[in-house]
Design a protein around this ligand. Structure first.
Ligand code: ZN
Length: 79
């Protein structure tokens, strides 16, 4: 009996959120506190390199109010 089983995990500050994260083999996300924080950190440097634009308010997207169909369009044959 070594008495090492109750050894407290070393705590470090999570680089993403600053929360205490266990720097221990039991924590696969070390030195982050969670998978989410690890993903955020990886995504942060990735976005700085690639700058993936967010497609909010895409001008090419059809508006829900313009789905009425061609009623008397410019191509309507007259006479
Ligand atoms: Zn965190």
């Amino acid at each position: 009996m070594t008495g090492e089983t109750a050894k407290p995990a070393r705590l470090v500050a999570c680089p993403t959120c600053g929360a205490a994260a266990a720097y221990d083999p039991a924590n696969p996300w070390r030195p982050f506190c969670s998978e989410r924080c690890r993903s955020i950190d990886l995504g942060a440097w990735a976005s700085e390199s690639y700058r993936i634009p967010l497609r909010e308010g895409d001008p090419d997207a059809p508006s829900p109010g313009e789905e009425g169909g061609p009623a008397g369009g410019p191509n309507t044959p007259g006479s």
